[in-house]
Ligand binder design. Structure first.
Ligand code: HPA
Length: 274
């Protein structure tokens, strides 16, 4: 495992002089952030030794090294989902590579179902915590003590300083937001109505099929994490038999996308001083 990470990092370091401390996983809603990146180097996952090789047809992804407002970042365009069939260790390999590359902060976004009845499509939710319902744990097996401890505490997995920073940035840029708990589930099925109710009952505000394994491994490795859900569909509507209005969802999601771009850009600028 360590040798594999070293090989991957040695290759990446040979490809760029940039040594970012911030990694960003460009999940749903964050596509627009690429416009803000002055790209220095783009590397398709398929060219990176040791990196997860895509076995899923049509799956392409790349690692982008560049700067946002002068701050160096490493951005993943395309992430690995458990439902695609990858082993959990492969789903979360990018996070141990981040550690090897000297990354100190990880920022992610996802699309999620809204469980909280007050949430509507297009809402942005700052993730304060998660509930892990994946059937396999990414840290199962021999622990790599040089990266992190066997029994990692998860109390501050969604770093409170970064959440405070996000709230400040959102306030000064008039960006509306919610806060809440993300339930991570393997998918690929969306939830039955009974499952939605169950997720709400156990304390979830949004649910989706990513993020949780990534945050677990990054936090274990000592990387400070920040995550955001974009509510792409609201459970309340489905329960009330209301069909989602596609145009409204698109309009809401687009507003959320613009806001998310500003939120992440301004956070990155401020994180220079953290
Ligand atoms: N459930 C799970 N994952 C999702 C959903 C959902 O309702 N919406 C977007 N990703």
């Amino acid at each position: 495992m360590l040798q594999r990470i070293e090989a991957t990092c040695a290759y990446l370091k040979s490809q760029t002089e940039l040594r970012p401390e911030i990694a960003i996983i460009l999940g749903t809603g964050l596509g627009g952030l690429t416009e803000e990146i002055s790209v220095e180097k783009e590397i398709p996952y398929s060219q990176i030794p040791g990196f997860v090789q895509s076995t899923v047809a049509g799956h392409s992804g790349k690692l982008i090294f560049g700067t946002i407002a002068g701050v160096p970042v490493m951005a993943m365009q395309g992430r690995f989902h458990f439902y695609e069939g990858y082993p959990m260790k492969d789903v979360t390999y990018p996070e141990v590579v981040m550690k090897g590359m000297g990354i100190k902060y990880l920022m992610v976004s996802n699309a999620a179902g809204g469980l909280n009845p007050e949430f509507k499509a297009g809402d942005i939710m700052l993730i304060t915590d998660h509930i892990n319902l994946f059937p396999e744990h990414p840290l199962r097996g021999k622990n790599e003590d040089s990266i992190g401890t066997r029994f990692p505490d998860m109390n501050n997995a969604y770093n409170r300083d970064l959440i405070s920073l996000a709230e400040k940035v959102a306030a000064s840029n008039n960006i509306p937001y919610k806060k809440g708990v993300y339930v991570g589930t393997q998918g690929p099925t969306f939830e039955t109505v009974a499952e939605y109710k169950y997720f709400r009952l156990i304390g979830g505000d949004t649910c989706g099929m990513s993020t949780v394994p990534e945050i677990i491994v990054a936090h274990w490795a000592g990387i400070k994490c920040f995550g955001v859900s974009i509510v792409s569909n609201a459970l309340g509507d489905a329960l009330n038999g209301i069909e989602t209005n596609h145009e409204e969802v698109q309009r809401n999601t687009n507003i959320a996308k613009d806001n998310l771009k500003v939120l992440f850009r301004e956070m990155v600028k401020a994180m220079r001083n953290l």
